[in-house]
Design a protein around this ligand. Structure first.
Ligand code: ZN
Length: 310
């Protein structure tokens, strides 16, 4: 298997595959960007592989078809994109019916079929009810893999019919290894690791040299005394093309350090509040019609202001 980390989960699945005794539905859940979807795809490949009793051989016809995205016994579903190329908020009942139809068919290449349902915590109520039927009466040889971040958003009726497989953040070492494999240049690995915090999927943008360089510049800016002109220039150039959460994390890092050293209660409260406001900025940008650069600069000035008092 090409997976890095998650050894316990790998071992559990290898065991089930070897004994040819798979749970018919498995719910892979845990934080974003730790490789749950990748794990589900690896598991699907292994289950469909014609040679392997543990992990996919990579050479049989089934493995080739899967790599070519043309396997008749494999279906992958998630949140669809609308006409404006924006991802829908929910997985709807029509998609789950497609899934139901697929698992009701018999395997064309072998007795096995696999469905991966990504973002399963975005199933709407009607869709979750429709999924229950497939989970209650599984077709022979069919494996359903549900992948999600927030397991509590799934109805208990769905959860209780699956084998629960929790995932957690990767160790520092494994995270570094994944970042390297993703193709992040050596010069940015330290920063990538710092931002990823065991969730390398969060820093996938840093595979692009331009974005990685911009983040490195931001990280250096945030460590220096506040230079509003440099900040404004940076924000005007890069704000629209980078993850707002990554930007906020870098901005807040030095102030968080400062916060830990504050002993005065009022000052602590004031800085905490300013940090919280900054953390909420990406969400407010979406819900209110704020001008991105000036509103972010205002938060930054306020942070600097209450931090100086300290
Ligand atoms: Zn194979």
């Amino acid at each position: 298997m090409k997976m890095i980390g998650h050894q316990a989960q790998q071992q559990q699945m290898a065991e089930q595959l070897k004994q040819d005794h798979m749970n018919h539905a498995i719910l892979l859940h845990g934080p974003k960007g730790v490789g749950k979807s990748l794990f589900a795809h690896e598991l699907a490949a292994a289950y469909l592989c014609e040679n392997s009793t543990t992990w996919a051989c990579g050479t049989c016809q089934s493995c080739h078809m899967l790599t070519g995205d043309a396997h008749p016994d494999f279906l992958s579903l998630g949140r669809a994109y609308n006409d404006k190329q924006v991802q829908n908020r929910d997985i709807n009942v029509a998609q789950v019916r497609e899934l139901g139809h697929f698992i009701g068919l018999t395997g064309t290449r072998s007795q096995h079929r696999v469905v991966i349902l990504d973002d399963a915590d975005h199933l709407n109520r009607q869709a979750a009810n429709a999924l229950l039927k497939g989970l209650e009466e599984p077709a022979q040889g069919c494996l359903i893999l549900l992948v999600c971040e927030k397991i509590q958003h799934l109805p208990i009726t769905v959860r209780s019919r699956c084998l629960l497989m929790p995932f957690s953040a990767l160790s520092t070492e494994d995270c570094l290894h994944v970042c390297q494999n993703m193709g992040i240049s050596k010069a940015y690995l330290d920063l990538a690791q710092k931002l990823a915090q065991g969730q390398p999927g969060k820093v996938i943008d840093m595979c692009q040299e331009k974005k990685a360089q911009a983040l490195l510049t931001l990280s250096q800016l945030s460590q220096k005394p506040l230079d509003m002109i440099a900040w404004q220039l940076w924000l005007e150039t890069h704000l629209s093309s980078l993850s707002h959460h990554m930007i906020i994390e870098l901005i807040c890092a030095p102030y968080l350090q400062n916060l830990q050293q504050l002993k005065n209660f009022e000052q602590h409260q004031e800085l905490s509040k300013a940090l919280w406001d900054m953390a909420c900025w990406p969400e407010r940008l979406r819900t209110h019609s704020l001008r991105p650069v000036p509103s972010l600069l205002a938060h930054l000035l306020h942070l600097e202001d209450v931090s100086h008092k300290a």
